[in-house]
Design a binder for this molecule. Structure first.
Ligand SMILES: [Zn+2]
Length: 278
């Protein structure tokens, strides 16, 4: 089973061993927390740069930022061995109730970027796709492995519902879209051919013509070689029969080259004073 890689995930890792990126491995990924940046107009790159610039000031972090052009991974999840990110408060009970673990230990946090300067259709497509791909990668059921941050921390958070509503989308539709995207990318995935031999490719018209010309030349050469070989060791030709009969008691071999027979005819004519008219 393979997954349709519609987009590129670009690693842009934060400095490890900082407040934002501890470097602690996450060994058992069980779900995805859907976030939005809550900051209208900030791009994926803006957010990653902000994280890096404040890496020792705050511990809040997420793995992936998505906008209309890029999918940046600032804490390893898909492009490297998964690490923990601090995207949901530890003391919220809902994640434990739903998934029997803490989001920070077992969930990938994905941030949706939105706002006037960001094409929401493109940003949404990448957001949906990357969550479907996380399901595929960690063998999660897309139907029940995605949860919004606002569900885990309802008193403090409204994302990604609020970010999605900016382009009149709903959280409920988003959950459904992840499932359909997953199914689409699984069923339509074409495995990448490995080491496909180059000469499997069909020939162009020019190559075909070149090949036909080459074949013709080779055939002509073969015929010429065959004819030359035959000439080198031929039975007595009709035009030399008279000469051969005259000298046959002096000739041991019945075969000879074209030049041999020609020479024999000349000698015969000379001996018998047969002059040729010119
Ligand atoms: Zn959030």
């Amino acid at each position: 089973m393979s997954f349709k890689m519609k987009y590129t995930i670009t690693p842009k890792y934060l400095t490890s061993g900082t407040k934002r990126r501890s470097g602690i491995k996450a060994h058992n990924i069980k779900f995805i927390v859907a976030h939005d940046t809550g900051n209208k107009g900030s791009t994926a790159l803006n957010n990653v740069n902000y994280y890096e610039n404040s890496k020792n000031e705050q511990s809040a972090s997420a793995h992936i930022f998505v906008d209309d052009k890029n999918i940046y991974e600032c804490i390893p999840a898909l492009t490297g061995s998964p690490e923990k990110a601090w995207h949901v408060l530890y003391n919220t009970p809902k994640d434990n109730e739903m998934f029997d673990c803490n989001a920070n230990d077992a969930a990938i946090g994905v941030e949706y970027c939105f706002g006037a300067n960001i094409n929401s259709d493109e940003s949404y497509k990448r957001y949906i796709w990357v969550m479907a791909y996380i399901c595929y990668k960690f063998k999660l059921d897309p139907k029940n492995s995605v949860v919004g941050h606002f569900i885990l921390d309802p008193s403090r958070k409204s994302d990604p519902r609020s970010g999605l509503s900016d382009s009149h989308r709903t959280y409920e539709q988003m959950l459904k879209d992840v499932v359909s995207e997953y199914e689409d990318c699984i069923t339509n995935a074409t495995p990448i051919p490995i080491n496909k031999p180059k000469d499997d490719e069909p020939m162009t018209e020019a190559e075909k013509l070149q090949m036909a010309t080459l074949e013709k030349t080779v055939k002509q050469q073969a015929e010429w070689i065959k004819a030359e070989k035959e000439k080198a060791n031929m039975e007595c030709p009709n035009w030399a029969k008279e000469a051969y009969a005259y000298y046959k008691d002096y000739i041991s071999d019945t075969k000879g080259s074209y030049d041999f027979w020609r020479q024999l005819v000349i000698t015969y004519r000379k001996d018998n004073n047969i002059k040729v008219s010119k």
